[in-house]
Design a protein around this ligand. Sequence first.
Ligand SMILES: C[S@@+](CC[C@H](N)C(=O)[O-])C[C@H]1O[C@@H](n2cnc3c(N)ncnc32)[C@H](O)[C@@H]1O
Length: 317
Amino acid sequence: MLMPMTEPDRSLRDEVLAGLAARPRRLHCKLFYDLEGSRLFEEICAQPEYYLTRSEIDILTRHGDDIAGALGENVTLVELGSGSSTKTRLLLDALDAPAAYVPVDISAEFLDESAASLRAAYPRLRIVPVAADFTAAMPAVDELDVPAERVVTFFSGSSIGNFEPSAASELMAAAAEIGGADGRLLIAADLRKEGHVLEAAYDDAAGITAAFNLNILARLNRDLAADFDVDGFHHRAVWNADASRIEMHIVSRRPQRVRLGDAALDFGEGEVIVSEHCYKYTVDGFAEMGRSVGLDREALWLDADGRYSLHLFRQAP
Ligand SMILES: C[S@@+](CC[C@H](N)C(=O)[O-])C[C@H]1O[C@@H](n2cnc3c(N)ncnc32)[C@H](O)[C@@H]1O
């Protein structure tokens, strides 16, 4: 039985149709994260080509004490796009008596699963999950019944790279504001490197990233009454050196018509939907991006291979 459309469904449909009407066609990368997408992302993190997770773990493991010292004691840690919070456990373990942990994620069911597992592992830590789209509004800590004296916003996984540079700097400013004048922003940025390494990271041999990318189409079929033939499209990851980004594409294998509700969309053979941009930075370029929105970088940590970076920013006085 077809369920009637709710207001959120309608605004999602309008957003999706506007993206698919643009040239090149675009889908917002937040659409990846239904329950299946969140689980596939966890599998991506375990692929040998996906160095990003291992590099971040390396930083949090080798520099955990130094990072904890820079953040101070009794912090309330707010994490944007927390996913499974697996790497965050390393940070929580290193921190000196953290006061609370606020994981924020758009993937509500997966967030519930992650929060339940964290509560079991950290029974004495106050954990306040927030299911929300942080691009619509940042969480307000003073409304969450958590200590708000020393708030650190953590933005891991190099997710900042998924935003166009101007939107990324605005997001950094908004994230840094969560903690007010004494707050800090701890943020991971993946670094520029050889194109073949990057393309392999986003197109693993086991096909998990391909399944993750194409899962968007299955999600649109389910949530927006679309009829994409998922096998009629394929995944592609391309390094665009001039723009310093990996581009994830969904490519139509043949001419085809797709229905989305009462709209009809015609795809030519080889036509592309851009599903994600992943910008890669230099350490100086990333600090400059923070400076452009009034953030001073207080500290920087790199993994042993210099492939990945973790930055600590605060609002300039
Ligand atoms: C690339 S994953 C990173 C997960 C985790 N931070 C890590 O490093 O493994 C991005 C995460 O952000 C969440 N996310 C994406 N867009 C979001 C949005 N607009 N608002 C809230 N969460 C979002 C996804 O559900 C997913 O858990």
